[in-house]
Design a protein around this ligand. Sequence first.
Ligand code: FES
Length: 160
Amino acid sequence: MLISQHEQTLDQLQGLVEKHGDQRNALIPILQDFRDQSGQITDYAMQAVANLLKIEPSEVYGVVSFYSFLSERPQGNFVIRLCRTISCDMAGKQAVARQLENDLGITFGETTKDGRFSLEWANCMGVCDQGPAMLVNETLYTKVSPEKVGEILDSFKSRA
Ligand code: FES
């Protein structure tokens, strides 16, 4: 079941790459068409489109976070995506996740009441040797520790 969904996603994306081309500037049109056809851009689709365009998955995640019209649900001004794939998991992503939830007062999949921060899981971003990896909109952070979380959040809290 899961495999056939993945195959279908891949077929769809390959069709869109044929339509829009495989250069970096095709990323947004491809994501937009995919979103219109499928209703949402899954983690798998983000990974697959990164492979097809030969760019880092973190770049695709960043674009999807930045352009709210690509998101499947309303998101905060700052979308935090923490990698949950094995290398980052082993590097201590769970402690980072707990710290984020404590500091923001929300769990993964939620947005703070003031609409500023959303917390999302992500899959591998391609920087596995520098985990735990985390994206805030399009900014990538590596080797994130629970101690660093407060510092990172503060730097965004101070922005308009
Ligand atoms: S496992 Fe987290 S970046 Fe690859």
